[in-house]
Design a protein around this ligand. Structure first.
Ligand SMILES: NC(=O)c1ccc[n+]([C@@H]2O[C@H](COP(=O)([O-])OP(=O)(O)OC[C@H]3O[C@@H](n4cnc5c(N)ncnc54)[C@H](O)[C@@H]3O)[C@@H](O)[C@H]2O)c1
Length: 448
């Protein structure tokens, strides 16, 4: 008989994960609202001024063994994660503002807190960015790199990475920059060789985010993507990630409305309740909202937000319940709200004998407050993946789907969107790499 704690499935030994010694360098692309809330937040926590609420790596526990064992250490005590005191930040932006100025501009954190952190935050100054307005129509950047072609720009990012590597022990890169226009994969994305030719030829399907990602992966640096851009979601980047043991994961931080969606939809499906319509609308007034006001950037976000329901509901398997679902998403730029986004969902469901019902969700959230802990966890877990022999060379870290609106998975494998399955997958991956028993939730042994 199987046990709730499945000893038979353990494979890796604890000694195999390299320890998190020394400094972890965090290279952040885009020092806007999310990035500055993340960096300032880490500093506030380091100084004991605030708590890292929303961060699984800092606050979460992991159960080991049977429920009767009462063993639930903190995740950060169980797996060798980098300590917050060992994080060193740098980054790029198309504006010259340092992190203090950018945090003040974003107006996410209280002025008092930002002022207290000023001496530290103003030491982080952006390096000139790789940018082209063709890919983000609403921004006009001046602090940008110049190069003879895209290959030259990639080489300049590689030089930035190498210089930073000399000052720290390990490096992770995370994209917290704007949403680019919608780009479909083309021939240039099918192999490393084709991509490298495309860099030489200034191929239009290669956007700045792909140039940063290419530079990171070429240098063996893990790359996480907070935006819905195509970036590493291509065969070329998967190949490069595997080749250089540089982990990648899905894209677009799963923060507010989509997080709620991937909690509610599995509940309806678990109870076999039908859904005929799901209308989601948002108002937000930060720079992200302004960028998404451009139809081409919105299209990238829309595709990312639309995916989850189709995969969770499996309409092919449950045509009676979900085949005719009408799913609509709107994002409206509304400056008075700043970062304090408001999201409404109207869900038309139906139950026994087809009788209709409605659910309304009104989430008054703070976009960057929700995104910052996700950025932190992704950075720490990507660094852990890089130090784990059984993870670093597999490319896509599907176990980090928990954090992302568009999970990435192996070719032919449908992505898992259900937040609770994702959470189980994440924790079982940690148990697995640390040589602990996996948890199956079977639990018959308690009744023997
Ligand atoms: N906050 C959330 O809840 C959330 C959720 C999911 C995804 N996101 C995504 O995270 C990203 C950041 O959001 P934000 O609110 O911080 O936006 P923001 O506009 O405040 O910050 C983005 C920053 O990136 C910079 N930038 C743009 N292109 C760049 C480039 N090529 N290189 C370097 N810097 C560049 C901009 O100048 C800006 O400072 C957006 O793409 C957004 O869609 C946010």
């Amino acid at each position: 008989m199987g046990t709730e704690a499945q000893g038979g499935q353990k494979t890796a030994g604890a000694n195999k994960v390299a320890p998190a010694t020394g400094k972890l360098g965090v290279m952040v692309v885009g020092l806007g609202a999310v990035a500055t809330t993340f960096i300032a937040g880490v500093e506030a926590v380091r100084r004991g001024l605030a708590k890292p609420i929303g961060s699984l790596t800092q606050m979460g526990t992991i159960r080991l063994g049977k429920r009767t064992d009462n063993t639930s250490p903190l995740i950060k005590d169980f797996a060798p994660l980098a300590d917050l005191n060992d994080l060193v930040f740098t980054g790029w932006d198309i504006f010259e503002d340092n992190v203090y100025e950018s945090a003040a501009h974003a107006q996410v954190l209280d002025k008092d807190l930002v002022e207290q952190l000023k001496p530290y935050l103003e030491t982080i100054k952006p390096m000139p960015a790789v940018f082209d307005q063709y890919y983000v129509k609403r921004l006009h950047g001046t602090h940008v790199k110049k190069g003879k072609n895209k290959r030259d720009l990639a080489d300049q990012v590689v030089a930035d990475i190498r210089a930073f590597k000399k000052t720290v022990d390990r490096v992770v890169m995370i994209w917290c920059a704007s949403t680019e226009i919608f780009i479909k994969p083309t021939a240039v994305h099918q192999s490393i060789e084709a991509f490298e030719k495309g860099l030489e030829n200034d191929d239009i399907a290669i956007s700045p985010s792909q140039i940063y990602a290419y530079a990171a992966l070429s240098e063996g640096v893990p790359f996480a993507n907070g935006a819905p851009n195509l970036t590493v979601d291509t065969p070329a980047m998967v190949e490069l990630s595997k080749k250089n043991a540089a982990p990648i994961c899905g894209k677009d931080f799963k923060t507010g409305q989509t997080m709620m969606k991937t909690v509610l939809a599995p509940a309806f499906k678990a109870r076999m309740l039908g859904v005929s319509g799901w209308f989601s609308t948002n108002i937000l007034g930060n720079r992200d909202g302004e960028v998404l006001d451009d139809p081409e950037s919105f299209k990238t976000k829309e595709e990312s937000k639309l995916g989850s329901l189709d995969y969770i509901f499996q309409p092919d398997l449950y045509p009676t319940l979900y085949k005719d679902l009408y799913h609509k998403i709107r994002i409206n730029y509304y400056p008075p709200r700043g970062d304090q986004k408001e999201a409404w969902d109207n869900i038309d469901i139906f139950g026994w004998l087809g009788y209709p019902m409605q659910i309304k969700v009104n989430f008054l959230c703070r976009d960057s407050i929700l995104a910052a802990p996700i950025a932190l966890d992704l950075v720490l877990f990507m660094d852990l993946a890089k130090r784990t022999p059984s993870l670093r060379s597999i490319g896509i870290q599907e176990w980090l789907s928990f954090y992302l609106k568009s999970p990435q998975s192996a070719p032919g494998l449908y992505p898992e969107h259900d937040l609770f399955i994702q959470s189980m997958k994440l924790k079982n991956t940690l148990r697995h790499i640390m040589g602990a028993d996996l948890i199956t939730h079977l639990g018959l042994e308690y009744y023997d």
